[in-house]
Design a protein around this ligand. Structure first.
Ligand code: PMV
Length: 299
């Protein structure tokens, strides 16, 4: 049995702007998705509590279907044949922290091993990015990069040239669930419409975001948590100006204030997770307890 696993992710700085070739900073989280592959007499896919034959008609298996297709393409490119069949099983990662990227990356890794393809991390990243692009449309690929490389990364995809640099990990970062689903594809479209309508303004906003990311990279390397927090607040203000927050999210952000150096939306906006950089372990514990009492999921 082959086992591989990939971490979930959170965006720290630069969401949306990264889709336009600018850099962002993102991090993996301490929740992972596992994939198991074993030889079988037919190709079976098991995930999201459903089992089906490949190609699966289940909507939930669309990432796995395409991943298997891409692995077969890679075999063909190398003049090999899929001479054995397998059963692939994936565990679940909760929504909002990169379940699609984690399932794609860990399945690519496991199947690469199963067929002795020896795909490098760079190859897994590039194939994974293609899969997510084909299914979700316009995206930066940062989530795939986090699933491949883990840790905290500075990421830029400028005209398909990738820059991925490992940074120090942040301490005392709390992820807080907003209770709502965030539709990344729709929100990317919404920002694109704004970009077409007010190009100079949005370009200006992305230039400022660039500056925030640059400063944040330096502050993370210097472990200057007050500066990181300030930059999170500024980045959040920018996302709010693009109408990516709402009343409930603002209330949640305000609730974190006295425990934190900064807090912001993480990802496309209007749902999924917000992140809060707590002043220390004690503040993190206190904030987490208050949220738990209110039934607000956090980790
Ligand atoms: O909410 P998420 O994790 O899907 O992140 C979206 C971040 C965007 O910058 C809006 C899109 C992307 O692909 O980078």
């Amino acid at each position: 049995m082959i086992h591989s696993s990939s971490p979930g992710k959170l965006m720290l700085f630069g969401e949306h702007s990264v889709v336009y070739g600018n850099p962002c900073i993102a991090t993996s989280v301490n929740k992972r998705l596992d994939v198991y592959v074993e030889e079988n007499n037919e190709i079976l896919i098991e995930g999201m509590n459903k089992i089906s034959k490949f190609p699966s008609n289940e909507n939930e298996h669309k990432f796995l279907n395409l991943t298997i297709e891409k692995i077969f393409e890679e075999l063909e490119k190398k003049g090999k044949k899929p001479n054995k069949k397998f059963k692939i099983r994936t565990t679940q990662l909760e929504k909002g922290i990169g379940s699609s990227s984690a399932v794609v990356v860990s399945s690519l890794k496991a199947l690469s091993h199963f067929y002795n393809l020896n795909l490098s991390n760079e190859e897994i990243f590039e194939i994974g990015f293609k899969i997510v692009n084909e299914i979700q449309g316009k995206a930066s690929g940062y989530d795939i990069a986090v699933a491949v490389y883990g840790g905290t990364i500075f990421y830029q995809n400028f005209e398909n040239k990738y820059r991925i640099e490992k940074l120090k990990n942040l301490k005392n970062l709390l992820a807080i669930y907003t209770g709502k689903y965030s539709d990344t594809t729709e929100l990317i479209k919404e920002i694109h419409e704004k970009f077409l309508k007010y190009p100079e303004i949005i370009k200006g906003i992305f230039e400022i975001t660039n500056e925030i990311v640059k400063n944040a990279k330096e502050a993370i390397e210097n472990e200057d948590y007050e500066v990181i927090g300030n930059l999170m607040n500024i980045n959040h203000g920018i996302l709010n100006s693009l109408n990516l927050s709402d009343e409930e999210i603002e209330n949640l952000i305000n609730e974190t204030k006295k425990f934190c150096y900064g807090a912001k939306i993480s990802g496309a906006g209007r749902g999924d997770y917000i992140i809060a950089l707590c002043k220390d372990k004690e503040n993190l514990k206190n904030l987490s307890e208050i949220l738990n009492k209110k039934g607000i999921k956090n980790f």
